[in-house]
Write a protein that binds this ligand. Structure first.
Ligand code: RB5
Length: 139
């Protein structure tokens, strides 16, 4: 479990309209745990195309502006396809704690993707916490 400190990850979050509501809950959760969170949009009620929302997050990670990214769309599939087109991005679409844990341990995923129309808030929070707290095994 991370302590609240300046050494915690800088996280960028973004979504299309299919993931905006879940993103709002996750952002509140992450900030309550002391993470620095930049929200690249969209907000609930706004519409957007998922590739337009994925690319700025990928860019922030590649440039070292942020350590980790979290992307949401309706199913997570579109965001996964878009983010993984960017060299250096290892985006993992996760549906449970196990896939979240293994995406860190075995894949060193630097972007977590979830489906806003697939997951409930409680499960999404759990996935996010596991993903942020699990280290890469290396090798
Ligand atoms: C938007 O309606 C929806 O198609 C999108 O959020 C996503 O699920 C695509 O993969």
């Amino acid at each position: 479990m991370h302590e609240c400190s300046d050494n915690m990850f800088k996280i960028v979050v973004s979504s299309d309209h299919g993931g905006a509501e879940l993103k709002s809950f996750l952002k509140i959760h992450l900030e309550s745990r002391g993470y620095s969170v930049s929200d690249f949009g969209v907000q609930p009620g706004e519409k957007s195309d998922y590739p337009d929302m994925a690319l700025p997050v990928a860019d922030a990670i590649i440039k070292g502006v942020a350590d980790r990214g979290i992307l949401l769309c309706g199913t997570g599939i579109g965001m996964s396809i878009a983010a993984n087109r960017i060299p250096g991005i290892r985006a993992a679409l996760c549906h449970d704690d196990c896939t979240a844990r293994m995406s860190r341990r075995h894949n060193d995923a630097n972007v977590l993707i979830m489906g806003g129309r697939i997951l409930g808030v409680q499960l999404a929070v759990s996935i996010t916490d596991v993903w942020l707290e699990t280290d890469f095994d290396g090798g």
